[in-house]
Write a protein that binds this ligand. Structure first.
Ligand code: HEC
Length: 450
């Protein structure tokens, strides 16, 4: 076990005690709880838990992947049972931190536990994490560790363009690193993007690349492929985000992103040391193009939860900031990706419609700064909103000592690039629609609902 690991575990244990004490659980209350759980039906590794771990944990918790320990077998999982309980109870693991009751719940990339799975794991640990009858356990999964483009089958060919990041030399044990090189795409003509995938470039990188973002940097004079009345601030556009288990992104039919000649990719590669030095930690981006320009253009917007220079997070306090963004044309909102740093605690995205109605679209109430997760809505549910809708972004930063990730609760914190500074924005892919298209899509949805 490396030192980083045991430190985390201890922190979990301390937290657990602190929370138990704060909840005022007496020894009697605790034992009453335990006996209630004991009388529940027996839950075992072989019977129920192994199948859940196969579905929701093992992609990361196995050799050759990013998590610190393997959870493939009973023998591997059992010693971690108390820490698993704590992480699962608090919805930190698996990494999926959107509130399960508030806002949209249908996502294309959902890796959260269902409430039933969650309860099953908790009960299993409370019953002493028994193995049960090994002959009942599901067959072990087979993992394909070959470096392939996962979208190649679906797209029918290898990517049309591959861009790779510079290699990074990562020490065997070190703090997490954020590497931000820039690479020219080499494109000489305008192209419309149909699908994108990022992958680690080699076996070694697979173990240390925690996640990676690719921003598209390009010069644009007009508003190519957008309805007339749209007012979008052009900035660096987030192109693709990669995390373990994510197979890339195929844009919805008739939509795409525009790539200009002379563009480049600005990477943000989050590296997490895994006990071995990796000299060539590297990622690469594969891009598939449309033959013809698609009907709609998807643009990444930064919905800010702060006005200019307005992050002001006093020591020992929970600070709330809010920002608004007006959509000047009808649009489909494709996803929700909050971005904050170590003090980040929660973020919500709310819509105020032109008729005054308000709706919370998504709420991450359990933000974990080392997981920058993109919650992608299912196509049937992705909000289609009228021109004049206002998006309200609210961010909470916890600068108290109760935040286990807080490096120093006595420090004032403001906006900045370093992880000890803060940010508060939400990356959202917005597909702008013409008025007619908007009306057609709304009519289709309401007839489908009937
Ligand atoms: C997308 C990848 C991924 C998935 C899926 C995932 N984990 Fe993790 N897990 C990690 C990584 C990386 C870490 C170490 C960094 C961290 O704590 O965030 C971790 C840490 C943990 C820890 C804490 C270990 C310690 O040192 O204290 C536990 C416990 C855990 N995971 C359990 C689970 C369980 C149980 C599941 C499934 C229900 C699961 N994880 C799903 C990637 C994942």
């Amino acid at each position: 076990m490396n030192t980083k690991l045991s430190r985390l575990s201890i922190k979990d244990a301390i937290l657990k005690i602190a929370i138990g004490a704060a909840a005022g659980l007496s020894a009697v209350a605790v034992s009453a709880q335990v006996s209630a759980q004991e009388s529940a039906q027996e839950v075992t590794w072989s019977g129920e838990v192994a199948a859940i771990f196969q579905e929701k944990c093992q992609e990361c918790h196995r050799p050759n992947s990013i998590a610190p320990m393997s959870l493939l077998t009973y023998a591997e999982a059992k010693p971690w049972a108390p820490i698993i309980r704590y992480r699962v109870e608090n919805r930190v693991m698996p990494p999926w931190h959107v509130n399960p009751e508030i806002g949209i719940q249908q996502f294309t990339n959902d890796r959260g536990l269902t409430e039933e799975q969650r309860q099953t794991i908790l009960t299993w640990v409370d019953q002493g994490a028994p193995e049960g009858d090994p002959s009942l356990a599901p067959e072990p999964l087979e993992f394909n560790d070959a470096l392939v483009w996962r979208l190649e089958d679906q797209m029918g060919s290898a990517p049309d363009l591959v861009v790779e990041s510079e290699p990074f030399d990562l020490a065997a044990t070190t703090q997490d690193k954020w590497f931000r090189p820039t690479t020219p795409t080499g494109l000489e003509e305008e192209r419309w993007v149909k699908a994108i995938e990022i992958r680690p470039k080699n076996e070694e990188s697979r173990k240390v690349v925690h996640h990676a973002l690719a921003f598209l940097l390009q010069q644009e004079d007009g508003k190519r492929g957008l309805p007339e009345d749209v007012d979008v601030p052009f900035g660096p556009s987030l192109f693709m985000e990669w995390a373990v288990g994510k197979a890339g992104q195929i844009f919805r039919p008739d939509t795409g992103k525009l790539m200009m000649p002379g563009s480049s990719i600005n990477w943000e590669v989050h590296l997490h040391a895994n006990g071995e030095r990796v000299q060539n930690a590297q990622v690469e981006l594969g891009v598939w193009f449309h033959d013809e320009p698609p009907e709609h253009r998807t643009i990444l917007s930064m919905f800010d939860a702060q006005g200019p220079n307005s992050l002001d997070i006093p020591p020992g306090e929970i600070a709330v900031t809010q920002g608004t963004f007006a959509l000047t044309a009808p649009a489909r909102i494709e996803n929700f990706q909050p971005h904050m740093h170590m003090r980040g605690k929660a973020m919500s995205m709310e819509a105020i419609y032109p008729n005054g109605q308000r709706e919370v679209l998504s709420f991450v109430d359990n933000f974990q700064w080392n997981w920058q997760i993109n919650y992608v809505y299912d196509e049937e549910i992705a909000p289609i909103v009228p021109a004049g809708t206002i998006i309200v972004t609210t961010a909470w930063h916890d600068n108290t000592e109760n935040n286990p990730h807080n490096p120093d609760p006595n420090q004032w914190v403001g906006w900045g690039d370093r992880t000890v500074d803060e940010m508060a924005h939400n990356w959202v892919d917005v597909t702008y629609l013409g008025q007619e298209e908007y009306e057609r899509l709304i009519a289709e949805r309401s007839s489908a609902a009937r």
